[in-house]
Design a protein around this ligand. Structure first.
Ligand code: TMP
Ligand code: MG
Length: 215
């Protein structure tokens, strides 16, 4: 049976280095001659994504549950793209995914279970890497504070929910893939090396069907 592409997710607080590391990871795939595509959530280019963008820039207001469901819908509208890429053997790298959806909304006081529900059944990553950085260190990085959730106290709560998600995935068996915390306070070259060491064993493809989150 031919292998499908690996599905890799990179998560973290705002300014933890996700965009840098996902770009470096894509370059690694390209240098290895392995087809790969980088996706980013929220995908601000779609109609739903534009609503999310204006909410994050505080040019519009939305109920906390309404914006949560838009973030989730923004993933569901990309599911067929993800499935098609993986099926033809292309690696999919995602800058944020459903875990951000839960972490950010639950940190506003909505229940964890309610936040998780709309994302149940999404394609499950084979590997989720959490770029772990303290909210204090993140704050010192460029551009911090421009968008709605970039406040130290909120980021601290978000980090706590991410840790809970990681523990549940690690304890949840194969269905939800694997979750690894990476110290993102280190130099970017060091982080990049650690990311690639974890991704490389999957890079040339994965056996078996795509699994579904939390099913
Ligand atoms: P970005 O900075 O990676 O573009 O993400 C924008 C913000 O949206 C960031 O603060 C995290 C937040 N977010 C959610 O609240 N829910 C989600 O489902 C996703 C993907 C991001
Ligand atoms: Mg941001």
């Amino acid at each position: 049976m031919s292998k499908r592409g690996p599905f890799i997710v990179i998560e973290g607080l705002d300014r933890s280095g996700k965009s840098t590391q996902t770009a470096l990871l894509l370059a690694r795939f390209e240098a290895s001659g392995i087809p790969a595509k980088l996706l980013k959530f929220p995908d601000r280019t779609t109609a739903i994504g534009q609503m999310i963008d204006s909410y994050l820039k505080s040019t519009s207001e939305l109920d906390d549950r309404a914006i949560h469901l838009l973030f989730s819908a923004n993933r569901w509208e990309l599911v067929s793209t993800i499935e098609q890429l993986l099926a033809v053997g292309t690696a999919v790298i995602c800058d944020r995914y459903a875990f951000s959806g839960i972490a950010f909304s639950a940190s506003k006081g909505i229940s964890y279970e309610w936040c998780r529900a709309p994302d149940v059944g999404l394609p499950a990553p084979d590997l989720s890497l959490f770029l772990d950085i303290s909210p204090e260190a993140a704050k010192t990085r460029g551009g911090y504070g421009e968008e709605r959730y970039e406040k130290e106290e909120m980021q601290r709560r978000v980090g706590e929910v991410f840790r809970r998600i990681g523990k549940e995935i690690d304890g949840g068996g194969r269905e939800d893939g694997r979750w690894v915390n990476i110290d993102a306070g280190k130099e970017k070259e060091v982080v990049e090396g650690e990311v690639w060491a974890l991704v490389e064993p999957l890079a040339r493809g994965v056996e078996g069907p795509l699994r579904r989150l939390w099913t």
